[in-house]
Design a protein around this ligand. Structure first.
Ligand SMILES: *[C@@H]1O[C@H](CO)[C@@H](O)[C@H](O)[C@H]1NC(C)=O
Length: 306
């Protein structure tokens, strides 16, 4: 399978037929294991190197990448346009969600397994995902009319097997104990952006304010990660052990997929060797990652009233 599979969602839903078999929203109706295996085949062994290069000169506010990045950026863009289906027509990239949300992004956590979570841990999970999301926003801020310096990221819900796993005060969150068709805790699809890309949450019992744009899916024993327009999935142990880590690099990589970026398992652009989307080659968003994301933004921005 192609590297692009890493973008695929692993949601079980009846929407598969209505969404193009698209890298950013691809879903496998009742067959999540397929994309899961394909994905981890790719990502699983990818996080072994620790080389870290992130020379950044991101003060530019227009498309003016450093000369050494011009060729590889063009290669990446051409490759994405060639291999994604409907790359410029797809409307649920992270950019779309940030704009539609007017600078506010809601998360729901899918907490797999039987571990308990304290209120303090939940607060840290929220801070951690907010910090990661903000790192992508930071490299877009002020560039080509990207309108937000920061994005207000909040965790509005948790899905667990048993409510008793959530210790302490849960009044500030929506608690779900429903599951997807695989029996995995799932936040109500009626409240999810992935399922309601027209932003109509009138059927969301939790109320529109607690709709969620992104899922943070934490799975015990999960290696590597998966990411797409629906959210990010990483190992629960990995995430919880890295709550205080500034750059939770697998999450940053998966968030890159949310923002339309590709994997590089089968090829690499000329002259760049360390960047977050080349899994395992960098521990933080690099200058090259930033310009790849900026390339998307500059090519999508005409769809917004900026
Ligand atoms: C949830 O966990 C509690 C405490 O362990 C238990 O008493 C209860 O039966 C569980 N509920 C369900 C639906 O499994």
């Amino acid at each position: 399978m192609k590297s692009i599979i890493a973008l695929s969602a692993i949601l079980s839903t009846g929407l598969a037929a209505t969404i193009p078999s698209n890298a950013h929203s691809q879903i496998h109706k009742r067959a999540p294991v397929c994309s899961f295996e394909d994905h981890t085949f790719n990502d699983k062994n990818a996080w072994t190197t620790t080389s870290d290069v992130s020379k950044r000169d991101l003060g530019q506010t227009t498309w003016n990448p450093p000369s050494n990045l011009v060729t590889p950026l063009k290669q990446v863009w051409d490759h994405e346009i060639k291999t994604y289906s409907n790359p410029l027509g797809f409307k649920n990239y992270g950019y779309d969600q940030v704009i539609d949300g007017k600078g506010k992004i809601n998360y729901c956590v899918r907490w797999e397994g039987t571990a308990t979570v304290t209120a303090a841990q939940r607060a840290k999970v929220e801070t951690a995902i907010r910090r990661q999301f903000s790192k992508w926003i930071a490299i877009l801020a002020g560039f080509e009319k990207f309108p937000y310096k920061t994005v207000d990221v909040n965790v509005v819900g948790w899905a667990v097997k048993n409510k008793s796993q959530l210790q302490g005060d849960t009044s500030g969150i929506q608690v779900y104990t429903t599951t997807d068709s695989e029996g995995i805790p799932e936040c109500d699809p009626k409240c999810g952006r992935f399922f309601h890309q027209n932003n109509d949450y009138s059927q969301c019992a939790a109320g529109e304010a607690r709709h969620y744009d992104q899922s943070l899916w934490l799975t015990p024993g999960f290696e590597g990660g998966a990411g797409g327009d629906w959210g990010q999935r990483v190992g629960q142990d990995y995430f919880m052990q890295n709550l205080d880590t500034d750059n939770i690099h697998i999450v940053l990589h998966e968030l890159g997929h949310t923002f339309a970026l590709d994997d590089f398992y089968d090829w690499t652009p000329t002259g760049v060797t360390n960047f977050i989307m080349l899994a395992g080659s960098a521990m933080e968003i690099t200058e090259f990652d930033a310009w790849m994301a900026r390339d998307w933004w500059r090519n999508l921005k005409s769809r917004y009233n900026l």
